[in-house]
Design a protein around this ligand. Structure first.
Ligand code: 5GP
Ligand code: ZN
Length: 112
C-alpha cells in the first residue's frame, strides 16, 4: 500500500520520532504549524475515525497524555490543539489516521 505514514511506521521513510510503542508512533510534522507540531498515529492503517476499531483508537488515547505532556515541556508552549481531520472536505491530506498536537502560545496567530 502506498501510504506515507505506513512507511514511516515501518521505518522505510525517516521521521523524527517523539514516541513509539508496539501500536503507536508519534513524530514531528514535516510542515509544522508551530514549533514541535507532532503527529500521533496508530501503526495500523485506517483512514478515518469511523472506520477504525475502538481498541485501536484506545491505544492512541492511552498514550496521548504523556505525548502531549512531552510536547508541552519540550516547546514551553502555553497550550496545544489536538486535531484529527477526517476526509478531504475537512482538510485531511494524508489518508492514514493522525492526531495533530499543535503547541500554542498566547497570541501566536496560528489559526488566523
Ligand atoms: P492532514 O492535512 O492530512 O490532517 O495533515 C497531514 C500532515 O502530515 C500535514 O501537517 C503534513 O505536513 C504532514 N506530512 C505529510 N507528509 C509527511 C511526511 O512525509 N513526514 C512528516 N513527518 N509529516 C508529513
Ligand atoms: Zn497507512
Amino acid at each position: 500500500m502506498d501510504c506515507i505514514f505506513c512507511k514511516i511506521a515501518a521505518g522505510q521513510v525517516p521521521s523524527v520520532k517523539v514516541y513509539e510503542d508496539e501500536k503507536v508512533l508519534a513524530f514531528l510534522d514535516i510542515g509544522p504549524l508551530s514549533d514541535g507540531h507532532t503527529l500521533v498515529i496508530p501503526k495500523k492503517h485506517y483512514v478515518k475515525i469511523h472506520e477504525c476499531p475502538g481498541e485501536v483508537l484506545a491505544s492512541v488515547a492511552a498514550v496521548l497524555p504523556k505525548i502531549a505532556a512531552a510536547v508541552l515541556k519540550g516547546t514551553n508552549a502555553d497550550g496545544y490543539n489536538v486535531m484529527c481531520n477526517n476526509g478531504r472536505a475537512s482538510g485531511q491530506l494524508v489518508e492514514h489516521i493522525h492526531f495533530h498536537i499543535i503547541p500554542r502560545k498566547a497570541g501566536d496567530g496560528v489559526f488566523t
